[in-house]
Design a protein around this ligand. Structure first.
Ligand SMILES: *Cc1c(COP(=O)(O)O)cnc(C)c1O
Length: 382
C-alpha cells in the first residue's frame, strides 16, 4: 500500500518547495535505514518502557460494557507520561533527530499538548527546542506555555495572520528552511512524506501492544477497534496492527463540532481532497477549494486536514469514519468518569461516544483507544 514516494492510493506525497525536498529526502532515507537497525529499535523500546511507562494497560471496562451491551476494552494511552499518546511519537522523532546529528528540535503547537510532549522529550534526551505558537494561542494556553518554559523550551510567538496554529506552522516551516541543521518534529500523521510514514511507525506501538493484550485476555481478535481523529495518529497507531485482518472493523470518530458544514472538524465526512500543508488528502474547504478553519470543542481534533492514510482507508472502505458532535463527546466525558472512574480527554471522549452508539446491544468485542487523560478539560464548563 505504501510506495517509496509516500503515497497511499492517490493520497499523500510531498508537495513542498525544492529546498525542503532535499531535506525531506535526506530524512526519509535516514529513517528507512535506521529503523532497520536493532540498536535504534532497542533504544526506542527502552525509552518507551522506562520513561513513557509502556506498555499501557488494556483495561476491561466492565461497567461501560454492561451499560452498552458489548464487551469494551480501553487502551489506556492516558496513563503515559504527560498524559497522552503524543509522547510516543515525540521520543521516536527526537531519537531519530539525535542520530541524524540535529542541533535543535523545532515544533509548532496549537493548544500546547504537542509542544509539552516535545519539550518533555527534548529535556529527557538532551536537545534544545524551539516551540512556535500563535500569539493568541499563547494567551489562551498560558499554563502550557509555563510548562514548556519550565521544561527548558524556547517559545517563539507567531504574530502573523490570526496568530493561531496555521501561522505557527508557517513560521516553523520558514525557520526550518533557513536552518537545515534543525529537526522539524511533526505531531500528527500529516504533512509531506516521510512524516505520515514516520508518525505511523512510532505510534504503531499502540496497536502492536493492544493486539497481543487482547489475544492474551480473550484468546481472539476484537470485532472492532475505535479511535478519535485529529490528524489521525492515535487512530493509525491502533488500526495498523489490524489492517490485514478484515474481520476486525475499524471505526474513526471525527470532531463533528455542531455537525454542519461551517462548524465542524470532521474532515473525512465534510472535506474535499486538495493539497494542504505538503500532502494530498481530504481537507475542509470553501466552494473554491481553499482550506477553511475547523471547529471542534476538542483542541486536539481541531484541524482542517487529515492523514493521507486515513483518506485511503476511507475510500477503500477498509475503515469507516463518523462525525461525533461536541455535545455527544461531553455526554461520554461525563459517562466514563461516572461509570469507570476515568476522566478521558475530550478528544478521546469522541471515541467513547462512537463506541456507545455503534455497539449498543451488539454483544461484540471492541477496543477503544483512550488517547489521553481529561484533567486539562475539567475546568471548562461542561
Ligand atoms: C492531539 C490529540 C489527539 C488527536 O491527534 P491524532 O493525531 O489524531 O491522534 C487525540 N487525543 C488526544 C488526547 C490528543 O492530545
Amino acid at each position: 500500500m505504501l510506495e517509496n514516494n509516500g503515497t497511499y492510493g492517490v493520497y499523500g506525497g510531498a508537495f513542498v518547495p525544492p529546498v525542503l525536498e532535499t531535506q525531506l529526502k535526506k530524512l526519509s532515507d535516514f529513517f528507512d535505514q535506521i529503523t532497520q537497525t536493532d540498536e535504534f529499535r532497542t533504544e526506542f523500546i527502552d525509552v518507551l518502557k522506562d520513561f513513557v511507562g509502556r506498555p499501557s494497560s488494556l483495561y476491561y471496562a466492565k461497567n461501560l460494557s454492561a451499560y452498552v451491551g458489548s464487551k469494551i476494552y480501553l487502551k489506556r494511552e492516558d496513563l503515559n507520561h504527560t498524559g497522552s499518546h503524543k509522547i510516543n511519537n515525540a521520543v521516536g522523532q527526537i531519537l531519530l533527530a539525535k542520530k541524524m546529528g540535529a542541533k535543535e528540535i523545532i515544533a509548532e503547537t496549537g493548544a500546547g499538548q504537542h509542544g509539552v510532549a516535545t519539550a518533555t522529550a527534548c529535556a529527557f534526551l538532551g536537545l534544545p527546542c524551539k516551540i512556535f505558537m500563535g500569539a493568541v494561542d499563547m494567551e489562551r494556553q498560558a499554563l502550557n506555555v509555563r510548562r514548556m518554559r519550565l521544561l527548558g523550551a524556547e517559545i517563539v510567538a507567531a504574530t502573523t495572520g490570526n496568530q493561531t496554529l496555521k501561522d505557527a506552522v508557517d513560521s516553523a516551516l520558514d525557520y526550518y528552511i533557513n536552518h537545515p541543521d534543525s529537526f522539524y518534529l511533526l505531531g500528527s500523521q500529516v504533512g509531506p512524506h516521510p512524516y505520515p510514514k514516520m508518525v505511523g511507525y512510532f505510534q504503531s506501538v499502540i496497536g502492536n501492544e493492544a493486539r497481543q493484550q487482547i489475544l492474551n485476555k480473550e484468546g481472539r481478535l476484537p470485532d472492532s477497534v475505535i479511535a478519535c481523529l485529529g490528524g489521525g495518529s492515535n487512530a493509525i497507531g491502533l488500526f495498523s496492527a489490524f489492517i490485514d485482518d478484515p474481520q476486525v472493523k475499524m471505526y474513526g470518530a471525527e470532531g463533528g463540532g455542531k455537525n454542519i458544514a461551517n462548524n465542524t472538524a470532521a474532515t473525512l465526512n465534510y472535506g474535499t481532497p486538495i493539497v494542504f500543508q505538503g500532502t494530498y488528502s481530504y481537507c475542509l474547504t470553501d466552494a473554491d477549494k481553499n482550506p477553511i478553519a475547523s471547529k471542534s470543542i476538542a483542541a486536539g481534533l481541531d484541524y482542517p486536514g487529515i492523514s493521507p492514510q486515513h483518506a485511503y482507508l476511507k475510500d477503500s472502505q477498509r475503515a469507516s469514519y463518523f462525525s461525533v458532535t461536541d455535545e455527544e463527546a461531553i455526554e461520554s466525558f461525563k459517562l466514563l468518569a461516572r461509570l469507570e472512574g476515568i476522566i478521558p480527554a475530550i478528544e478521546s471522549s469522541h471515541a467513547v461516544a462512537l463506541a456507545v452508539k455503534l455497539l449498543k446491544n451488539k454483544n461484540s468485542l471492541s477496543i477503544v483507544n483512550l488517547s489521553g487523560r481529561g484533567d486539562k478539560d475539567v475546568e471548562r464548563e461542561m
